[in-house]
Design a protein. Structure first.
Length: 177
């Protein structure tokens, strides 16, 4: 699965097709092209629930230029918000807005997108889902409906101990990418 190109969504389930249409119609990935955008989260790996948003991660070298770009391209969108801060010692910018079918979150930081935790978690989760049966996928979805975040839901079903976000990353050496 090539998660670096959203074309795979065209042949997916209805929610994935709708995500593709939304991203293409609004040219979101094109507008963010200078920042190596990747769609991450639950929609690409088919464990989304009704409230799942479109999570797009980006890489910036210059935080101000990235912030200016999201303001320029998305500042007039419904419920637009942008904030910046520090997470795990790295500068971040988070932009949120709503479209007809999705809430969209654009997350930028000064770490290349293929090395960001959201992408790495998705790769591990995808590999796990590929190695398990449909019942496992449905249990993940049920835990999400019950209020669990994705990584804790995986940790529960896999019996992982400690911080679920770190525990999943420890499975990374088994992922080929």
């Amino acid at each position: 699965m090539d998660f670096l190109n959203i074309g795979y969504l065209r042949d997916g389930n209805e929610r994935q097709k709708l995500a593709y249409e939304t991203l293409v119609a609004r040219q979101i990935m094109e507008k963010l092209a200078d920042f190596d955008p990747i769609l991450t989260g639950t929609i690409p790996i088919n464990i989304a629930i009704a409230t799942s948003d479109l999570d797009i991660i980006c890489y910036f070298e210059n935080q101000q230029l990235f912030t200016e770009a999201v303001l320029k391209y998305f500042g007039t969108e419904t419920d637009f918000q942008v904030r910046s801060g520090i997470a795990s010692g790295e500068k971040i910018v988070v932009c949120n807005f709503k479209t007809q079918h999705f809430e969209i979150e654009i997350f930028g930081q000064s770490i290349p997108t293929i090395k960001q935790n959201a992408y790495l978690h998705m790769l591990v989760e995808h590999q796990i889902l590929q190695s398990k049966d449909e019942n496992f996928r449905l249990k993940i979805i049920q835990l999400k409906k019950d209020g669990y975040k994705t990584e804790p839901a995986f940790a529960i079903l896999l019996g992982l101990k400690g911080n679920p976000y770190q525990s999943l990353l420890q499975l990374l050496p088994t992922v080929s990418h």
